[in-house]
Design a protein. Structure first.
Length: 386
């Protein structure tokens, strides 16, 4: 099948480019926090009143990034990869050669993988305001209403509350509005073989080579032309933004059509998010409250509990003895982690995070991300109830 031509640059495609670039940078910025109840209430009220209307939709460009021809087929490491795909997985070597000849290097993916400049302080309230806002809350209410049966079934079968699933899909793609328009094969090939210089370059290239392998396996399994797969600048696909390896391991056919489709089936997306969380430690019998705001003593003995990894490891008693206290009453028989939610020049917020909080961080290894998921899901739930 001949490769489709990219659309020429126009004012609209330039705008789309800038929007996608902004979304990608936002995704990179994910790090620790929790929105105030007052701010969430204001956002819900604005959503209820329709204070912010989404802009009229324009026909999107097919691709955002044209890319640049690089003769990857001549690179020894690429040839070795293709040889391995043929020998290990039975791909036709000539077909792989033809496919790699159509793949393009995308410099935007390389630039977005570079670390952000140092010095800018993290700010939870600024970060969360991007997600707990009227357009996303309204879209979440609509998504929940249209998919209530699938959400209820996922909650029954997996034990993951609907508000958490709604929060994840809303933070990831605004319920399918922003799934990305990079060609996945372009993005993954670029990152597998042209990753920017960094101390972790070798490990990251190995990771993306594995994702490229899984993208080809997934496309073959599903009967998809791999060049038609579109996603994020890092190769994430569909409403829940699963990487290809996660699709192969955790995606489920939740609508019962014998086909997994995270790009078009909201039911498959819902079931797959729930399955992913369970496979990463979500416990259905844990309390509905996932994080408890706390205060900390001036002694700072509690600092030894910060940065202890993405897992609940400490008893409530030992945290309390170190000067951590909560107005609420967290269960005594559970383990917790202490998380710091930085607010730039303003006071840092702290919370006790339970096991299920850290299950969410396996989706995106960020406190900010997990808190945004929790708060968006709560805001949508509250807006539905009004």
């Amino acid at each position: 099948m001949p490769m489709r031509r990219f659309l020429p640059t126009t004012t609209s495609t330039t705008s789309a480019f800038l929007l996608s670039l902004l979304l990608a940078v936002t995704a990179q910025a994910a790090e620790n926090s929790q929105i105030s109840a007052a701010d969430r209430a204001r956002a819900i009220q604005a959503a209820k009143q329709g204070a912010i209307k989404p802009a009229a939709k324009k026909a999107p460009a097919r691709f955002d990034f044209e890319g640049e021809f690089v003769n990857y087929a001549s690179w020894p490491e690429v040839r070795s990869f293709l040889d391995e795909m043929a020998s290990r997985h039975g791909f036709d070597r000539a077909e792989l050669d033809a496919l790699i000849g159509k793949v393009r290097y995308v410099d935007t993916t390389v630039q977005l993988m570079k670390p952000a400049p140092p010095g800018k302080p993290k700010n939870w309230q600024a970060y969360s305001a991007r997600f707990i806002e009227p357009v996303r809350i309204n879209a979440g209410v609509k998504f929940w209403q249209e998919n209530a049966e699938a959400l209820a079934r996922a909650e029954r079968e997996y034990g993951v509350p609907a508000n958490i699933i709604v929060g994840i899909i809303g933070v990831e793609t605004v319920y399918g509005r922003n799934t990305g328009r990079f060609r996945v094969l372009d993005a993954l090939t670029t990152l597998a073989f042209s990753y920017p210089e960094s101390p972790t370059r070798a490990a990251r290239m190995a990771y993306f080579k594995g994702e490229l392998e899984n993208a080809l396996l997934f496309a073959r399994k599903d009967g998809i032309d791999p060049l038609t797969l579109l996603g994020s600048y890092a190769g994430a696909i569909g409403l829940p933004q699963f990487m290809p390896s996660s699709i192969m391991k955790y995606a489920v056919d939740f609508d019962g059509d014998s086909h997994i489709d995270l790009r078009n089936s909201t039911a498959d997306a819902i079931g797959s998010v729930a399955h992913f969380l369970v496979e990463h430690g979500w416990k259905r019998d844990d309390p509905a409250t996932i994080a408890y705001p706390v205060t900390v003593s001036p002694s700072r003995v509690w600092e030894k509990f910060l940065g202890a990894g993405l897992a609940a490891k400490f008893t409530l008693a030992e945290l309390q003895q170190a000067g951590v206290s909560s107005v609420a009453a967290p269960p005594q028989n559970m383990l917790y982690g202490l998380i710091d939610l930085q607010n730039g020049s303003e006071a840092t917020e702290y919370s006790l995070a339970s096991n299920n909080f850290f299950a969410i961080t396996q989706y995106n290894r960020s406190y900010f991300y997990a808190m945004s998921v929790i708060d968006l899901g709560k805001a949508v739930s509250e807006a539905r109830a009004r």
